[in-house]
Design a protein around this ligand. Structure first.
Ligand code: 3HC
Ligand code: NAI
Length: 696
């Protein structure tokens, strides 16, 4: 039929096999091959029924995402699926691996479905800012009702075939060879059976209305600002309340509305950016070193979080602390995480015990002599870190990799305390380290390729999203944060309250504003940094001392009950503090500043301009390899809304020329802070954008 779709015959059963590695995406050649194969099998009088199966690791995992945004060629996927459903001979879909998106929609258009219990089935289009656009929103609820349909489509998370079987989506669970069992199933089935003909039997049931109400409530908070979830709910409602053809037409129109939105462009960009960030020169040049055990030095916030992340990925961990009291606290910090999971019913006591059996607590550095990698997470002080690395150098084996979780310190200054600087990298985890997906892998001047590759191997094992960062103060994320943090401080002094600024950032799609985030992280961290940086600060640079004034009161954020916000009685969400507004007004008066109003739009324009301009500098200096790495860092480490694609993608969509002219206007007010990055100027002058750099 075609190289990507083959048609063969076993007895009276036609077997149509999709072979388009790695994930059998339903690109044009596959769609055409499926269409032609169905027609040929239908026309062949010796064929009684048809099996549809994927070669290699999976049934098709969806439409070919690379084709979105290009001129699609016929046959279109919904038509191919209708053609399968209209086939006069029974079609059995045999699913294995990950039958996702358009792939699962092909299965829903088939007349019967068989899968091994561990196959994964799902409709993850929402993660791309889309909805299932090839009949999925119409066929699935007809088979299993609104609740499971909405759960699967709105979460984007796959379910097991076993669960799908229990819900009536899969007819039979295969126990042995899928192909043979599918052929046998096809030999048994007598007639075609169309999902689209199923009665809308779930309509008007209590669970139908509850499912819709719950879904609407959930998306208004957890998927705030996103178009696709709203459209998904509308499509599922249409499926159960209108005839198939009408619902299908509505689904089609809604799909194109989503596809043409900036949200789907942002999310599709994020999908590829996330995968591109793991492709770094070092990992292509060298293989990772052996990685079967880990040492962690420091059992505080980060050390404990890193330990849990390692234990969760099955790596035994030896934790080292300063003294008996500190290591007891370190152990408690680790146990607390698992105790919470046990209390929530997400782990059993036995499972906790099994994980904790991989954990060793010690105050003796000698216990690290056999581990493959040590991650240091002690106080953020160069002298302390150098002392720790010198001790490690004495005890660890020659092949072991050494890593620091420092937030800001130059890794070269740490590695020079050892006799093996080429074996030292930065592994910058984010708090809480067992939850946050981002891992900045900091590559200092002399790091060996296989050491860097080992960092990436660790990220993969821990299911983190790794980003390669150069060894410059604050690396990628904190360095850019530093810049837009200052921009926010300027706006605050000029008239916007921290609460106005946070409201604008929240509305943009961040989970919280920057001041709420500072309060969560602890204001003392920034205060220490500013004090340390004070001697090198340009005296002509504008300096906003509001946060210092707040810290001088001992208000360090949530942990002290007040910071930029008030947190009465241990509240997790802060309320505005009139005393903080007085401090701000006091600083304005001290400097003799006149104030003005900032609209939400202006707050966001300035905030993003500061972020993107510094992003350009980070690129120009080679600290980030490509713009999409900055997007990944911002999304997975700093809460940048994924549906906006990351700051650099957002800037492309906003218009680099417009952003540059904003910056040039701000430059008139403050030429030191608002210096347009030469890279941004060059891109505008040459008519290029960040996507062009990503492709280089
Ligand atoms: N289209 C094009 N390329 C795809 C793809 C797709 N649907 N799914 C995965 N790929 C590519 C990846 O970009 C990657 O390419 P690379 O090696 O060049 O980086 C390669 O396949 C392997 O992917 P992963 O690295 O992600 O491999 P994993 O084994 O970790 O995961 C997977 C496999 C679970 C299938 C995961 O790739 C995935 O979730 N893919 C997306 C699935 C999806 O979103 N499907 C819906 C598409 S939209 C749709 O179907 C619309 C329809 O309703 C009309
Ligand atoms: P923390 O204060 O909670 O923990 C530090 C731990 O190190 C303490 O338990 C202390 O007893 C231990 N320690 C100090 N000296 C030691 C030594 N010589 N040997 C063994 N243990 C020693 O600090 P936190 O927040 O965990 O930070 C640790 C590192 O992680 C710092 O470098 C910090 O910059 C970095 N980091 C912190 C983040 C955060 O949000 N807290 C985020 C990312 C990185």
């Amino acid at each position: 039929m075609s190289a990507q779709v083959t048609l063969s015959k076993i007895r009276s059963i036609a077997v149509i096999e999709v072979n388009n590695p790695p994930v059998n995406a339903l690109g044009h050649a596959v769609r055409k091959g499926l269409w032609d194969s169905i027609e040929a099998a239908e026309a062949d009088d010796t064929v009684k029924a048809i099996v549809l199966i994927g070669a290699g690791r999976t049934f098709p995992a969806g439409a070919d995402i690379n084709e979105f945004g290009t001129a699609m060629q016929e046959p279109y996927l919904p038509d191919v699926i209708d053609r399968i459903e209209d086939c006069k001979k029974p079609v059995v879909a045999a699913l294995h691996g990950t039958a996702l998106g358009g792939g699962f929609e092909v299965a829903l258009g088939s007349h019967y479905r068989i899968a091994p219990a561990d196959a994964r089935i799902g409709l993850p289009e929402v993660n791309l800012g889309l909805l299932p656009g090839a009949g999925g929103t119409q066929r699935m609820p007809r088979l299993c009702g609104a609740k499971l349909t909405l759960d699967v489509m709105l979460s984007g998370k796959p379910i097991s075939a076993a669960k799908a079987h229990a819900a009536g989506l899969i007819d039979r669970l295969a126990k042995g060879d899928l192909r043979l069992e599918a052929i046998k199933f096809a030999e048994e089935v007598q007639k075609v059976r169309r999902s689209s003909d199923e009665e809308q039997g779930f309509l008007n049931t209590k669970s139908y209305h509850e499912a819709l109400d719950d879904a609407k409530k959930m998306i208004s908070t957890r998927m705030r600002g996103q178009l696709a979830p709203i459209k998904i709910i509308e499509c599922v409602t249409a499926a159960l309340e209108t005839p198939f053809a009408e619902g299908r037409a509505f689904e089609r129109a809604s799909f194109f509305e989503c596809l043409s939105s900036e949200q789907s462009k942002g999310m599709i960009h994020a999908f590829f950016a996330e995968r591109a960030s793991a492709k770094v020169p070092e990992a292509s040049r060298a293989k990772p070193r052996k990685l079967e055990s880990i040492g962690v030095v420091g059992g505080g916030t980060m050390g404990a979080g890193i330990t849990v992340a390692a234990l969760d990925s099955g790596l035994p961990v030896t934790m080292i602390e300063r003294d008996a009291e500190s290591i007891a606290r370190g152990r408690t910090n680790v146990e607390k995480v698992y105790d919470r999971l046990v209390a929530k019913g997400r782990k059993t006591k036995d499972q906790k015990a099994a994980v904790m059996a991989l954990y060793t607590a010690s105050t003796d550095y000698g216990d690290l002599s056999d581990v493959d990698m040590v991650i240091e997470a002690v106080f953020e002080r160069l002298d302390v870190k150098r002392e720790v690395f010198a001790k490690l150098d004495e005890v660890i084996k020659p092949s072991a990799v050494l890593a620091s979780n420092t937030s800001y310190i130059d890794i070269d200054l740490i590695s020079s305390a050892t006799s093996r600087p080429s074996q030292v990298i930065g592994l910058h985890f984010f708090s809480p380290a067992n939850i946050m997906k981002l891992l900045e892998i900091v590559v200092p001047s002399s790091a060996a390729d296989d050491v860097v590759a080992t960092g990436f191997a660790l990220a993969k094992r821990m299911r983190k999203v790794p980003v390669r960062a150069g060894n410059s103060g604050g690396f990628i994320g904190n360095r850019i944060l530093g810049k837009y943090g200052v921009c926010a401080a300027h706006m605050m002094e000029d008239g916007a309250s921290p609460y106005d600024i946070d409201a604008a950032i929240f509305e943009f799609g961040y989970p919280m504003g920057i001041h709420a985030m500072y309060d969560l992280a602890g204001l003392d961290i920034g205060w220490d940094n500013r004090k340390a940086a004070a001697p090198n600060r340009n005296p002509k640079e504008r300096y906003v001392a509001i946060a210092d004034r707040i810290c001088e009161n001992g208000w360090f954020g949530q942990k002290t009950g007040r910071g930029f916000y008030l947190y009465p009685d241990g509240a997790r969400i802060g309320t505005p503090d009139p005393e903080v507004l007085k401090i701000i007004q006091g600083e304005r008066e001290r400097k003799g500043l006149s104030t003005r109003k900032f609209s939400k739009q202006e707050i966001i324009e300035r905030y993003l301009a500061a972020m993107v301009n510094e992003g350009c500098e980070v690129l120009r200096e080679g600290v980030a390899l490509k713009p999409s790495d900055i997007d990944v860092t911002s999304i997975f480490g700093y809460g940048f809304p994924r549906y906006r694609g990351g700051p650099m993608k957002y800037a492309d969509m906003y218009g680099l020329d417009k952003m540059l002219s904003n910056i040039q206007a701000y430059e008139q007010e403050d030429p030191i802070f608002w210096k347009p990055s030469p890279l941004l100027v060059e891109l505008v002058e040459t008519g290029r954008n960040f996507d062009d750099l990503n492709k280089m």
